[in-house]
Ligand binder design. Structure first.
Ligand SMILES: [Fe+2]
Length: 354
């Protein structure tokens, strides 16, 4: 495994800035501007140059085909910079290969620098796009073979199928890509269930998240299909791992895939392994779309106690919890939207502008 593995605190490298290009999310809103551009720069629209004089003085054109699509899942292209150096990590690849490819093209995302691909957990809405993503990364970096194959970082415990108990029947998800399929797509597959630093300790990948809160109980009714041909309860989704980096003078930026361990448990564990830095921002799926009012209330109180400055909920968070953040943590909400690129900057590095 790259980097070093430690059970507890970890020496994360401080970075100057982190750019998050959202390649896939459930929702998009390219119109609403960042409500706090001094803290989070957000850019959505891409304009194309028009030939001089073609439409009078108009210089640029906004084309509908340049706007990303929403899909049920998550994929984040994360670039962390420190001085002249930068590292890029792809966090999940969304539910479908075609959606991933389309949104990469629409957002003009550069995959050539992706060194590390992280799968948050074995669920198809995060893994479905991986094979093509890996092929696209390899194609994009063809000219620079010195980089070698991208690492595909997965938890070793891949269920044959996952699904959920729908009452009178079990509903199965499609299978996740197999280890062999990921290797066949051009990845160096690394199976790792413990905490580990990656890309020169620019990022830290968690191991299993301890479950401490009473109200975060995993994925109720979750099931998995076993080699014996039966479905068994699988509610904890123990394989879910988050990623964290450390922004200079600000604190930890946490990336969560679906938060089946609970978003508060995840943030608490990030603080436990993140080397003593405070919690600054939380990005990704908070999985509260199906939570009842009591769980939403407990979750907002749990987050408030950890004092993050920015919350960037997306994917499975649900609109009710986004509203709750806006109402109860004013100034913290920066929704995570498909096609939008966000930049967070460290202390003394501009004013959060890309
Ligand atoms: Fe998910």
């Amino acid at each position: 495994m790259e980097g070093s593995a430690m059970a507890d605190r970890h020496a994360l490298k401080e970075i100057d800035s982190v750019t998050i290009q959202v390649l896939v999310d459930n929702e998009l809103d390219p119109i609403t501007k960042s409500q706090n551009p001094a803290v989070v720069d957000a850019t959505s629209f891409r304009l194309r140059e028009l030939p001089a004089g073609e439409r009078g003085p108009a210089a640029m054109e906004m084309r509908m085909e340049d706007i990303c699509c929403g899909a049920h899942g998550l994929s984040l292209l994360i670039t962390a910079s420190a001085g002249d150096a930068s590292h890029t990590l792809l966090f999940d690849a969304g539910p479908e290969e075609d959606v991933f490819e389309k949104n990469v093209a629409r957002s003009r995302a550069d995959l050539s620098t992706v060194e590390h691909v992280h799968l948050s957990h074995w669920h198809r809405d995060h893994s479905g796009g991986l094979p093509r993503a890996l092929r696209m990364i390899n194609a994009a970096r063809k000219a620079d073979s010195a980089l070698g194959k991208p690492v595909m970082d997965v938890h070793p415990d891949r269920p044959i199928y996952r699904g959920f108990n729908a009452g009178p029947f079990v509903a199965s998800l499609e299978a996740d890509p197999t280890f062999e399929e990921l290797e066949g797509a051009g990845a160096r597959v690394v199976r790792e269930g413990g905490t580990h630093g990656v890309l020169e300790d620019t990022f830290l990948v968690s191991g299993e998240v301890p479950r401490n809160t009473a109200y975060e109980v995993g994925f109720p009714r979750g099931m998995r299909f076993t080699a014996e041909g039966v479905w068994v309860p699988d509610e904890l989704i123990r394989d879910e791992r988050f990623v964290v980096c450390k922004l200079r003078g600000k604190g930890l930026v946490v990336f969560a895939g679906c938060s089946h361990p609970g978003i508060v448990n995840i943030c608490q564990h990030a603080l436990a392994i993140g080397g003593g830095a405070p919690l600054y921002a939380v990005v990704g799926g908070f999985h509260l779309a199906d939570g009842d009012a009591a769980k939403l209330e407990a979750s907002i109180q749990g987050l408030q106690a950890l004092k993050p400055k920015i919350l960037m909920p997306g994917h499975c968070t649900g609109w009710r919890f986004k509203f709750k953040i806006e109402q109860e943590m004013p100034g913290a909400l920066v929704p995570c939207f498909s096609g939008t690129r966000y930049t967070l900057s460290g202390e003394g590095v501009g004013e959060g502008v890309a």
